[in-house]
Design a protein around this ligand. Sequence first.
Ligand code: GTP
Ligand code: MG
Length: 287
Amino acid sequence: MKVMHINWFPGHMAKAHRMISAQLKLVDVVIELLDARIPVSSANPLIDTIVASKPRIVVLNKADLAEQEWTDRWIAKFKAQGRPAIAIETLSGAGIKLLISRTEEAAREKMALRTAKGINPRAIRAMILGIPNVGKSSLINRLLGTATVRTGDKPGVTRGQQWIKVGNNLELLDTPGVLWPKLEDQEVAFKLAITSAISDDAFDLEDVVSRLLLLLQQNYPERLAERFKLDNPLPEDPAVVMGLIGERRGCLRGGGQIDMQRVRRILLSEFRDGKMGRFTLDYPTTT
Ligand SMILES: Nc1nc2c(ncn2[C@@H]2O[C@H](COP(=O)(O)OP(=O)(O)OP(=O)(O)O)[C@@H](O)[C@H]2O)c(=O)[nH]1
Ligand SMILES: [Mg+2]
């Protein structure tokens, strides 16, 4: 297989990075949104330096797309590290109430200190940070109960920062998704690409889908067989599998040839939408 090279750090992200640092002094709590499917690969290594000593909660979003058992293990792992973590499903609303109470808890000490100093009470200010497309803006809309901020199923939707008031006691800062300047680990880059954190323009579809198909053939052959009505065991040659999927889905070009590019897009989008089931791609180590 060809060596992949994926890197995506457009100018707006560098700018967003600076804006986030500048806003931080106004913030009581940082909500770090991770993708429940890839809790390691979706963690921005720059975040520790940005956030420094602010109270921080880890939130695994899109839990509906991840395998429940692994999500539970991740929550336990974070807890063992002394980092409060919860899993949420922004689309259905599962876990949202818990998120609000955890945010209040994380800000309690600071708020009590302000009261003790005789400073007027104000709403808690929380900043939502996370990689592109992880669901930051959707979470704000879910908390508001209205589609106030723009969301979309592609990375790079939010460009500016915006404070949004939720009820009387909470203000949230939506931020643009930020990756890091160099994606050194191409395994991480691959996982970011297949979970739609990296713009489809920034990687080669053929490279990424070949790798995805290999992963599915090796680890989840029964899901592939079921989704595309193929016989299990599958043929070993990925090109043959692609051809069969193309036939099943009628991806034909003139002359009866299979349109492989269409097959690739189908595989990627059905994987992303959870049509082949729930996937966890990062596993907690036992250490
Ligand atoms: N399945 C699933 N999809 C979700 C969930 N939360 C958000 N999404 C979808 O993820 C996509 C991205 O959501 P956004 O809220 O725009 O993501 P963002 O983090 O604000 O992205 P940027 O502004 O580009 O950084 C949208 O298509 C949402 O519908 C979730 O819990 N489960
Ligand atoms: Mg957004």
